[in-house]
Design a binder for this molecule. Sequence first.
Ligand SMILES: Nc1ncnc2c1ncn2[C@@H]1O[C@H](COP(=O)(O)OP(=O)(O)OP(=O)(O)O)[C@@H](O)[C@H]1O
Ligand SMILES: [Mg+2]
Length: 183
Amino acid sequence: MTTTARAQGATVWLTGLPSAGKTTIARVLGSRLRAEGHRVEVLDGDEIRRFLSAGLGFSREDRNTNVQRIGLVAEVLARNGVLALVPVIAPYADSREAVAKRHAASGTPYVEVHVATPVEVCSVRDVKGLYARQAAGRLKGLTGIDDPYEPPLDPALTLETDLQTPEESAASVYAVLSARGLV
Ligand SMILES: Nc1ncnc2c1ncn2[C@@H]1O[C@H](COP(=O)(O)OP(=O)(O)OP(=O)(O)O)[C@@H](O)[C@H]1O
Ligand SMILES: [Mg+2]
C-alpha cells in the first residue's frame, strides 16, 4: 500500500438540528476521503448512544456528557492521524467549546461545521419521525422545538442544506479541509 495520504488527522464536528443533514453529509464526505486514501471514522450520534453513551438520557447534563465522551474519542482519533467526522447535534455552546478546548490543548485540528437547515425544513424532512411524535405529544424535549439549540456563533463553515444537494454540502466541507491543509 502506498502512503501518499498525509497522516494529519482532524475532527470535523457537524452540529445542527435533527434531520438537518449531518449524517448524510458525513457519509458522503467520508466516502470521498476514504477513496483518496485517508483514514476516516464517522462517530454518529445514534450509534454512540447505543454503546459508549448507553444509559444516558436527554437532560442537559446527559447531553453534555454524551458530547464530552464523543469529543474525547474524536480527539484521540484525530491526534493519531484519523479524520474523525462527527455528525452529532451537540446543542449546547459550552459543550462544544469544551471539546474545542480539548483539541486545542493537544494541538489537534478541530473544524466546527454548522449544518444550518431551518427548523421548518427539518420538520418536513423528519427522517426519524421525531417532529411528528413531538407534535402528537408523544415526545418531549426535541432539540429545536421544546429543547434548546444554541447555534454556533463562529463556525468554520455554515451549510444551507435547503439550497444544496448533499454532494454540494460535502464538497463545501472538503474545501475547508483543503484550505487548511488537512486533505
Ligand atoms: N444538502 C443536504 N445535505 C444533507 N442532507 C440533505 C441535503 N439536502 C437534502 N438532504 C436530506 O435531508 C435528510 C437529512 O437526514 P440526516 O439523517 O442526514 O439528518 P441528521 O442531521 O443526521 O439528523 P439526526 O440528528 O436526527 O441524526 C436526508 O434525507 C437527506 O437526503
Ligand atoms: Mg444523524
